[in-house]
Design a protein around this ligand. Structure first.
Ligand code: CP3
Length: 344
């Protein structure tokens, strides 16, 4: 018998209290067991493409903390990599890609895409077999805009200026890039669902730097296209959108993309989050640095979220990924407090 996956119930609009919880980047360097597996695997990409190791690190935070959802271990940049773009993760520098030109966008090949990503599908299949029945398995991809910022600049930037300038100067090539990324990302999510993912999340980490027209064209439209294609294949699988930093655009984003779950960063005021919750489930939004600090900073943050959002559909999460310097006992304290409904 399939277990009851409460994260799915909440994403479909039910209120569950205490709310289910998981953390973005829950498999990562703050865990000693992750650092150990990572050393054995070799590079970060070796870890992403080796199903045995990727399964192992995905399960580590579930075994340790009993989170209600497990997120596939991979990276958003395997999509450009599978499209033939060079990618490396350099120690202390993050991702490094060869910046793409307008001419190269025309030549992007999609033939080997799913073959290149076969190890990811294998990881998802094995995970669904090994996870507890009641644990929701979340697949993911990066949103076209965020992935494009890395493809164009070749690395992370503070304000995504290279991609914004490219979009203004080469509008046709840029539109083509977003379209390829939207189509391939949708197909990628569909394959993850086929392999056993129960829900999917679209990470738009850099959506907060765009003006109104660009937000509409680069964030909303491509994500709406992904949602449309995923829903055409799997109408009942919830999609979570995480347009980090979207501010005033959050509500429009939810309405126009069709996502069921809305991931909120920690700058979204809880009163505004409460309003957004009227349109469906929200996920978030503890400042990850409250988790680093622990103590009163942590318990105050958790309690405010539970007090304000606990009476509607809420998946408790951080407002962005957990940082490597976070201590494991602080995560344990957060889990205990959320599980007690804020009264621990
Ligand atoms: O949440 C999870 O546990 C699933 C795994 C996951 C990773 N990256 C693993 C990872 C997910 C969902 C991502 C998404 C991702 N990757 C995003 C969107 C979310 C966000 O954080 O904004 C982005 C922008 C990336 C690109 C990326 N990957 C960067 C900029 C970096 C370097 C920064 C850093 O933290 O080192 C990565 C590397 C990365 N991705 C690590 C992990 C665990 C650390 C690499 C290591 O172990 O050495």
């Amino acid at each position: 018998m399939a277990g009851k996956r409460i994260v799915l119930d909440v994403l479909r609009g039910e209120t569950v209290f205490p709310p289910p919880l998981w953390m973005m980047r829950q498999a990562g360097r703050y865990l000693p067991e992750y650092r150990e597996t990572r050393k054995r695997a070799g590079t970060f990409l070796d870890l992403c493409y080796n199903p045995e190791y990727a399964v192992e690190v995905t399960l580590q935070p579930i075994e340790r903390f009993g989170f209600d959802a497990s997120i596939l271990f991979s990276d958003i940049l395997v999509v450009p990599h599978a499209l033939g773009r060079a990618l490396a993760f350099e120690e202390g520098r993050g991702p490094v890609l060869t910046p793409i030109t307008a001419a190269e966008i025309n030549d992007l090949g999609t033939d080997a895409f799913h073959v290149n990503l076969a190890p990811v599908y294998e990881t998802v299949r094995t995970l669904r077999k090994k996870l507890p029945d009641e644990t929701t398995l979340i697949g993911f991809c990066g949103a076209p805009w965020t992935v494009a910022t890395y493809m164009i600049a070749g690395h992370g930037t503070p304000d995504q200026a290279p991609a914004r300038l490219f979009a203004y100067r080469e509008p046709a090539a840029f539109a083509r890039l977003l379209k390829i990324l939207a189509d391939q990302s949708a197909a990628y999510l569909v394959r993850q669902i086929e392999a056993g993912a129960d829900a999917v999340q679209i990470f738009d980490s850099w959506s907060g730097v765009l003006d109104e027209a660009c937000f509409e064209a680069f964030c909303i439209q491509p994500v709406a296209e992904i949602v449309r294609q995923v829903k055409a294949a799997y109408p009942n699988v919830p999609v979570i959108g995480f347009p980090k930093g979207a501010g005033f655009n959050y509500e429009r984003y939810r309405e126009r993309t069709g996502v069921q779950g809305l991931g909120l960063d920690w700058t979204v005021p809880l009163s505004a989050a409460r309003e957004l919750q009227r349109g469906g489930a929200v996920q978030g939004n503890l400042d990850p640095l409250r988790l680093v600090a622990g103590g009163k900073a942590l318990s105050d943050g958790v309690k405010s979220i539970l007090d304000t959002l606990g009476q509607g559909p809420l998946v408790f999460n951080l407002g962005h990924g957990i940082t490597p310097e976070t201590s494991v006992p602080h995560v344990e304290a957060m889990v205990k407090l959320v599980r007690s409904g804020g009264h621990g």
